[in-house]
Design a protein around this ligand. Structure first.
Ligand code: GLU
Length: 514
C-alpha cells in the first residue's frame, strides 16, 4: 500500500525564523498539499542552552502570516503529540539503549579536559580534522576500551557519560537525494556523534531520527546545511532497523547574498537594507545584551502573497514564463524535481516587484481602505468614492501600501513650490494666459470627466494658437507643483473644476511669466 505523504518542518527555537527557514516550511507545505498529504511542525528544543524565549511564538505567527497551514503541531495537537522534543524526552533513551545492545553505540566517560587533550594531541600531530572516531576512540575512556566490570561500576556510581554512535571505519554510505541525486560519503569522514548527552537529553541527531520515524515522515525537506548530517542519519535508520521506511531526503539550495558572495545570514538584512525575517524581531545583542530590533517583511509593508510568491521562486521555477502564482497555483505547479541544486541569489528588486504586482491587483475598495486609514492619521477625511478614485490612480506608483498616502498628498495640499526646470523651460506669458482662460472655462463646464476636461483643454488651446504638448507640463506643475505624477486629466477630474481652477490661478499669480 502507498504510504500517506507526511512532511515536517522542524525548527529549533533558537531565534527568529530566517527567510531560508520560511522557504523550507513553504516547500514542505507545497509538497504536502500537492500530494494530498500532511504537514506537521515539530519544535526541536533539545539544546536547552540555545533556547530563546519568544522564538516559538514567532515561528507560529510567521507561518500564520504566510498562510502556511499545519495539520499537526504543538499548538493544534495531532496523533503523535507531543510535538516539542523537550516534552518527548523519556521516549529517546530506549532507542539509544537498543543501539548499545546491538553494538552500534557505546558509553563514553571522557571528561571535557580529556576531550580537549585528545584534540590538542591530534592538532599537534597535524591531523587535519581532529575527531572522536573509529581511530581515536581506541585511546579514549569508553565502554569499548574499558573492562566491562569498570564500565558497570561507572554506570552504577552515576559517573557522567554520553552515548556515542559507533561509526564503522570503512563503509560507503549512500542515499539518493531528491534534489542532488546519489550522495556517497565514506564513513571514515563521519565522527562518532553523541546521541545522548550527560543530562539525559538526546542530541538533535537521535531525536530527529526517532521522531521522524515515529511520526511516519516520508520526505525530509530541509536546508543544505543539513546535508553533511544526512549520511549519519542514514546509518541511524539502518542500525535502528528502520531503513525500509526511511524518509526520502531533499536538501534545498543555499540562499546567497544579493551580490552572490556568500550565504545570506541573519545579520545581512538590516546591513544591506532589506529584511531577512518575515516579522519584526525584538531581540538582544549577543555581546552586550542591549535590546535590538530587526526589520520584518510584514512591518515593512510587504503583502504575504507577494512574499510567498517571491520565496517560492528562490530555488524553484515552474518551467514556464509565469511569475505570479497564488498559494493554490503554487501547490498545483510545485514539484521537488524542479527545485534547483545551485544556490539561489536573493534579489531585493524582485521582492519589491512582486509586492507592486500584488498591491496593484488588489480591489480599489481595499486600497481605498488603506488610504483612508493612513490619511485619517494625518487628519484628512474624504468620501469613500473619492478615496477609491485616488487609490485607483496612484497605485501604479506604489510599492507598499504606505506609498498610496504619500502619492495622494497632492490632492490635499496645494503646491508650495513649483518644479523649476519645467517653469524655466515651459512657462511663458502665452502659456499662462491660455491656462488662465482654461481655468475660467473649466469652472463653467458641466463635464469634469477626464475626457471632458481634455476636450475642453484642447478646445481652449486651439483658440489661443497652442498645442496640448506645449502646455501640458506647465499645467501639471501649476496643478501639482511636480514635473511627474499620475495622469493629469484624472488628477484634475478628481480635484474637481473649482479646485483645479484655483490652483491654476494661484500659479499664474505667483509665477513670473516673461
Ligand atoms: N532542528 C533543525 C533545524 O533547526 C532541523 C533540521 C532538519 O530538518 O532535520 O533546522
Amino acid at each position: 500500500m502507498e504510504r500517506e505523504v507526511r512532511v515536517r518542518f522542524a525548527p529549533s527555537p533558537t531565534g527568529p525564523l530566517h527567510i531560508g527557514g520560511v522557504r523550507t516550511a513553504l516547500y514542505n507545505y507545497l509538497l504536502a498539499r500537492k500530494l494530498g498529504g500532511k504537514m506537521l511542525l515539530r519544535i526541536e528544543d533539545t539544546d536547552q542552552n540555545r533556547f530563546v524565549p519568544g522564538a516559538e511564538d514567532y515561528i507560529r505567527q510567521s507561518l500564520e502570516w504566510c498562510g502556511i497551514e499545519l495539520d499537526e503541531s504543538p499548538w493544534n495537537g495531532g496523533p503523535h503529540a507531543p510535538y516539542r522534543q523537550s516534552e518527548r524526552k523519556p521516549m529517546y533513551l530506549q532507542y539509544a539503549q537498543q543501539l548499545i545492545d546491538s553494538g552500534h553505540a557505546y558509553y563514553a566517560f571522557d571528561t571535557p579536559e580529556e576531550l580537549d587533550a585528545m584534540r590538542a594531541r591530534l592538532t599537534a600531530a597535524k591531523v587535519p580534522n581532529p575527531q572522536y572516531n573509529s581511530i581515536t576512540r581506541a585511546q579514549m575512556r569508553n565502554s569499548l576500551t574499558l573492562p566491562a566490570e569498570e564500565v558497570k561500576q561507572l554506570l552504577e556510581s552515576g559517573a557522567p557519560y554520553v552515548i556515542r554512535l559507533k561509526v564503522p571505519r570503512k563503509e560507503e554510505v549512500r542515499f539518493n537525494d531528491l534534489i542532488r541525486g546519489w550522495v556517497v560519503v565514506h564513513s571514515s569522514s563521519i565522527d562518532d556523534k553523541v546521541l545522548m548527552k550527560s543530562d539525559g537529553m538526546p542530541t538533535y541527531h537521535l531525536a530527529n531520527i526517532v521522531d521522524d520515524h515515529l511520526m511516519e515522515i516520508t520526505h525530509v525537506i530541509r536546508g543544505e546545511e543539513w546535508l553533511p548530517s544526512a549520511p549519519l542519519h542514514v546509518l541511524l535508520y539502518r542500525y535502528l532497523g528502520w531503513e525500509d521506511t526511511m524518509p526520502q531526503f531533499a536538501h534545498l539550495p543555499l540562499l546567497l547574498k544579493p551580490d552572490g558572495t556568500g550565504k545570506l545570514s541573519k545579520r545581512d538584512g538590516d546591513r544591506l537594507g532589506f529584511p531577512v525575517f518575515p516579522l519584526e524581531w525584538h531581540g538582544k545583542d549577543a555581546e552586550t545584551g542591549a535590546p535590538t530590533v530587526s526589520s520584518g517583511y510584514r512591518e515593512s509593508g510587504y503583502l504575504p502573497e507577494a512574499f510567498i510568491n517571491f520565496l517560492a521562486f528562490l530555488g524553484w521555477n515552474p518551467g514556464s514564463q509565469q511569475e505570479l502564482f497564488t498559494m493554490s497555483e503554487l501547490i498545483e505547479a510545485f514539484s521537488i524535481e524542479r527545485v534547483s541544486k545551485s544556490p539561489a541569489r536573493f534579489d531585493q528588486n524582485k521582492v519589491r516587484w512582486y509586492n507592486e504586482q500584488y498591491l496593484r491587483a488588489k480591489p480599489d475598495a481595499e486600497l481605498a481602505q488603506y488610504l483612508t486609514e493612513s490619511l485619517q492619521g494625518q487628519g484628512v477625511e474624504m468620501p469613500t468614492s473619492k478615496a477609491e478614485q485616488i487609490a485607483a490612480l496612484v497605485k501604479e506608483r506604489a510599492t507598499f501600501p504606505a506609498d498610496l498616502a504619500r502619492e495622494a498628498q497632492l490632492f490635499f495640499q496645494r503646491p508650495a513650490t513649483y518644479d523649476e526646470q519645467v517653469i524655466s523651460k515651459k512657462w511663458n506669458a502665452q502659456v499662462a494666459g491660455a491656462l488662465k482662460e482654461f481655468a475660467g472655462q473649466l469652472r463653467a463646464t458641466p463635464d469634469t470627466s477626464p475626457d471632458g476636461i481634455k476636450a475642453l483643454l484642447t478646445q481652449v488651446l486651439e483658440t489661443q494658437g497652442l498645442k496640448i504638448g506645449q502646455v501640458l507640463q506647465a499645467l501639471r506643475v501649476a496643478v501639482t507643483g511636480a514635473a511627474a505624477g499620475p495622469d493629469l486629466m484624472h488628477i484634475m477630474s478628481i480635484l474637481g473644476a473649482e479646485e483645479t481652477a484655483e490652483r491654476i490661478n494661484q500659479a499664474v499669480a505667483q509665477l513670473p511669466a516673461a
